[in-house]
Design a protein around this ligand. Structure first.
Ligand SMILES: C[S@@+](CC[C@H](N)C(=O)[O-])C[C@H]1O[C@@H](n2cnc3c(N)ncnc32)[C@H](O)[C@@H]1O
Length: 293
């Protein structure tokens, strides 16, 4: 992903503390309580806070807002301000109103080559389904199904997509031993599963991978737009990212678990495609179940 056209200048790493409270927290200079990231923590951070506010915003403007408006509200986009983003280990200044476009471009670029193989796209941990809605614009004949823990997010999706039978979001807990959105897909369906900054919410991805394995018969590809800790790298930015992951109790083992499996074929790994938060950048992993003949 090339951000050059959307950014205004390179930001030296030494300036990051002017853009983010995190360098000070990472160095222990400002207070921070490392959470235990279980479903109660996720519920408080997303359902009861972020999505409750998004639902109130939606109800206040019902009928007059699009999923894009809800996203801009969620991300506090101020078109007059800039933000600091990352791409391939370099920091850049970018106008805030380019963030949504950048994330949408990465999603499209990653999914486009795979879409012809699939008739159903499932996003797990989908919030109110904004990434599904982005894809829905370009693929009117595919079915889009989301699974999400937050009841408020499911309710936002119900209102936003009430008139669109091709996109639905239902309750689903990634710690469960079956996933409703995948139960809906017949065995002979061709399904792409994707996650976007949702596995990060699971300190370990072990249960997720175990549950997903029972649906391998219908999966043509699995795409993760997630953070991958770069343990092999020792640059200052990479070390800060590792510490950020620990201080948020984010996922630490997705790539390791995938690599341990000989029934999984990894098709792509691409680090730090875009970091809306440079300490928690979006990387891409694409894999598929290895078929035995
Ligand atoms: C950073 S948000 C990303 C949402 C969406 N993927 C997107 O990109 O807009 C993380 C999402 O994961 C969901 N989540 C966290 N833990 C979950 C779990 N155990 N089961 C299902 N969803 C979960 C949260 O509620 C939240 O919607």
């Amino acid at each position: 992903m090339d951000l050059a056209a959307l950014t205004t200048r390179v930001v030296p790493l030494a300036e990051l503390s002017q853009w983010s409270p995190w360098p000070s927290r990472l160095l222990g200079l400002s207070e921070w309580q490392t959470p235990h990231r279980d479903t109660e923590k996720v519920d408080n951070e997303y359902d009861k806070d972020k999505y409750a506010r998004c639902l109130a915003f939606l109800k206040e403007h019902e009928g007059a807002v699009t999923p894009k408006d809800v996203r801009a509200f969620e991300l506090h986009i101020d078109p007059l301000k800039s933000t600091c983003v990352s791409n391939k280990g370099v920091l850049y200044e970018m106008p805030q109103n380019k963030i949504m476009l950048t994330n949408a471009n990465l999603l499209q670029e990653t999914m486009d080559p795979l879409m012809k193989e699939a008739n159903i796209v499932v996003e797990l941990g989908c919030g109110y389904g904004y990434p599904l809605w982005i894809l829905r614009q370009n693929f009117p004949k595919k079915k889009f199904i989301g699974g999400e823990l937050s009841k408020n997010a499911v309710e936002i999706a119900r209102i936003l997509y009430a008139d669109d039978p091709m996109i639905t979001v239902e309750h689903c807990n990634l710690y469960d031993h079956s996933y409703g959105p995948l139960e809906q897909c017949p065995r002979d369906a061709k399904v792409i599963v994707f996650t976007r900054h949702a596995i990060e919410q699971l300190p370990s991805a072990a249960v997720f991978l175990k549950t997903l394995t029972q649906y391998f018969d219908r999966l043509v590809a699995v795409v993760h737009l997630e953070v991958i800790p770069e343990y092999d790298e020792h640059s200052l930015l990479d070390l800060m990212r590792q510490r950020y992951m620990i201080m948020n109790d984010y996922n630490h083992d997705l790539l390791k678990l995938l690599r341990e499996r000989n029934d999984i074929e990894t098709m792509k790994i691409s680090y730090d495609e875009v970091g809306q938060n440079p300490l928690n950048p979006t990387s891409v992993i694409v894999w598929k179940p290895r078929r035995t003949s």
